[in-house]
Design a protein around this ligand. Structure first.
Ligand code: S3P
Length: 172
């Protein structure tokens, strides 16, 4: 089967736990286009995990690398680009993404997000005394920014990852 020729890279945005990576990967496989992942690229370049980068170099350093990597990936081949949950917050990143990509907000409710992230230790921003409250606060401040994405796809917990990828295709 032929691969799709995307006019623009599809950029998955939304909170941690929304399924950006899983759905993005399934979407790329369905469309037979490259799958790109900004967190992964940052980790490979630094030879460290995201939590290690936060610990060693701080969040501001991570955000600089994130902007650079997103700019580079948007300039390379078109495909599906999954970003970290904070990638759509900086105005510079939002402008970059909306100029060179189509942004898709995977919109999941707070309970679903919490259930997906609570047992994991991979989110440095949730290493607080009350991670649930921290997640809720991030959710509240970020939602108005995610609303600026080109498309919004509600994350339905009863759907498989594959079915969620189909929902994104319908939205595109
Ligand atoms: C972050 C989300 C993470 C990762 C980093 C910061 C955020 O990515 O980029 O821990 O600010 O929400 P995921 O959304 O893939 O968890």
């Amino acid at each position: 089967a032929p691969s799709y020729r995307l006019r623009k890279t599809v950029v998955m945005v939304g909170m941690m736990g929304a399924g950006k990576t899983a759905v993005g990967r399934a979407l790329a496989a369905k469309l037979r286009v490259p799958f790109l992942d900004s967190d992964h690229e940052i980790e490979v370049a630094a030879n460290l995990s995201v939590p290690e980068i936060f610990d060693r170099d701080g969040e501001a350093f991570f955000r600089k690398r994130e902007t650079e990597v997103i700019a580079r990936l948007l300039d390379s081949e078109r495909g599906i680009l999954s970003t970290g949950g904070g990638a759509f917050l900086a105005k510079q990143n939002r402008e970059l993404i909306s100029q060179r990509g189509v942004s898709v907000w995977l919109n999941a409710d707070l309970e679903l997000l919490w259930n997906r992230v609570k047992h994991k230790n991979t989110r440095p921003l949730l290493r607080t005394s009350d991670p649930k409250a921290t997640l809720a606060a991030l959710y509240d401040t970020r939602t108005p920014l995610y609303q600026q994405a080109d498309l919004s796809v509600p994350s339905d917990p009863s759907l498989s990852i594959d079915a969620m990828a189909d929902r994104v295709i319908e939205a595109l």
